[in-house]
Design a protein around this ligand. Structure first.
Ligand code: ATP
Ligand code: MG
Length: 397
């Protein structure tokens, strides 16, 4: 991608009325735009990060045997009345009447919807176990939308639901999801504290929260040293049992022809909240320091003299070689000062920056900067692409 042709509206100043560093950097790096309190657009760079996170989630969920689907965001209220959650979730539900006068809501979560869906297909123990998931926009009229996309009224969640014939089966699925979550967060560069938690409005038997220590966290958890830390909840998994299947009569026939309620689990990840959480834990005073797997681009290419044929020829050969190797490159070909380009590159936080300057080239060298450590290495012009490939091989990409 060429920066001059792309859409990265960076800001020099810290936007007013922003408390969280992640919120400031999301706005300053041109990743999101606020429409109204708690409601955000994802700009191209933010959208790319979101897609990278989603793909990590997809790989790990599919690997754990879950199947992706997509459910509607518009729900009839009568389904929610059947479980009584029209009352328990009353505060956060966004409701309206359609033209026929039917009471509807925008989905704050999907236990009722998936249970109704599975009920209409599953009759026998032979069709179970089954785990389904979606990555979708959720709507919650939060009392206090805060910290940008950390607590929003419209946000993206991955929600998975497991269906089993026995508690042993549920435990097996729960463990598989627990494992997948551990891998997802590790690949996002996060080290969450995993804490047993309250089952709250969701109901059920057992639940675990995945909590990432961060200054703006609204939850508390003990870290491995027994120190209490402010944390952001990035994921929550529940052994639900039969609360929803009983309320909505989602049953199966067992080997003996006896009818039983399906035993359920549910598993959520705050996908859009993850972007902010990663920034909270990966930044310095200059900007974002993306972990490689979720970075919007892997390499930033900075030719310093746009009118120098040697500089530009080398830049375009790097660009082609990296692109051919499926390495995502952003070339800053804007007519801007070197200082501005360096600052913007640091701000948007691409993991590796290759700087090509006339002066270095007289000795046959270019520079590679590692954004995570801010270390700079001088490499021979012929070795730069190989060096990037070697660095990526180390991080397993
Ligand atoms: P919280 O306690 O933060 O309000 P919750 O317990 O209500 O969250 P769940 O229903 O468990 O959330 O949703 C699953 C995941 O979705 C949460 O772990 C969190 O990462 C994310 N999430 C929940 N509410 C929001 C929100 N308003 N904005 C962004 N992400 C959210
Ligand atoms: Mg929760």
């Amino acid at each position: 991608m060429l920066w001059s042709k792309y859409f990265i509206p960076t800001l020099k100043e810290v936007p007013v009325g922003t408390e969280a560093v992640s919120h400031q950097l999301l706005l300053r790096a041109g990743l999101v735009h606020m429409l109204t309190s708690g409601v955000y657009s994802y700009l191209p760079l933010g959208w790319k990060v979101l897609k990278k996170i989603e793909n990590i989630i997809r790989e790990e969920m599919d690997g754990a045997g879950a199947h992706e689907l997509l459910m509607p965001a518009i729900h009839p209220m009568d389904l929610w009345q059947q479980t009584g959650r029209d009352k328990t979730l009353e505060e956060v539900m966004i409701r309206f009447k359609n033209k026929k006068g039917q009471l509807m809501c925008l989905g704050p979560t999907h236990e009722e919807i998936i249970t109704d869906l599975v009920k209409s297909f599953v009759q026998s123990y032979r069709q179970l176990p089954l785990t389904l998931y979606q990555i979708q926009t959720k709507f919650r009229d939060e009392t206090r939308p805060r910290f940008g996309v950390v607590r929003a009224c419209e946000f993206i969640m991955k929600d998975a639901y497991s269906f089993d014939t026995s508690v042993e089966g549920l435990k097996k699925n729960y463990d598989a999801m627990y494992g997948a979550y551990t891998r997802i967060f590790a690949r996002c560069g996060l080290k969450p504290i995993i804490a047993e938690a309250d089952t709250g409005a969701m109901g059920g038997r057992l639940s675990h929260e995945f909590l990432v220590p961060a200054a703006i966290g609204e939850d508390k958890a003990l870290d491995e040293n027994g120190v209490e830390r402010q944390c952001i909840e990035v994921g929550h998994i529940f052994q639900l049992g039969t609360k929803y299947s009983e309320a909505l009569s989602a049953v199966f026939l067992d080997e003996h022809g006896k009818q039983n309620p399906i035993i359920m689990g549910c598993y959520g990840i705050g996908v859009s909240r993850l972007i902010a959480t990663i920034i909270e834990t990966h930044h310095d005073e200059k900007g974002i320091q993306w972990p490689v797997e979720v970075a919007p681009f892997t390499v930033a290419l900075l030719p310093l003299q746009l009118n120098d044929p040697e500089v530009m020829a080398l830049a375009s050969s790097y660009y082609d070689e990296l692109t051919k190797s499926h390495i995502d490159v952003l070339m800053d070909n804007r007519e801007e000062s070197a200082g501005r380009k360096f600052n913007d590159a640091d701000l948007i936080g691409i993991p590796y920056r290759i700087t090509i300057g006339k002066r270095g080239l007289t000795e046959g060298n270019v520079e590679i900067k590692h954004r995570a450590s801010n270390a700079v290495e001088v490499v021979s012009r012929d070795k730069a692409v190989d060096r990037i490939k070697a660095l990526l091989a180390v991080v397993g990409k």
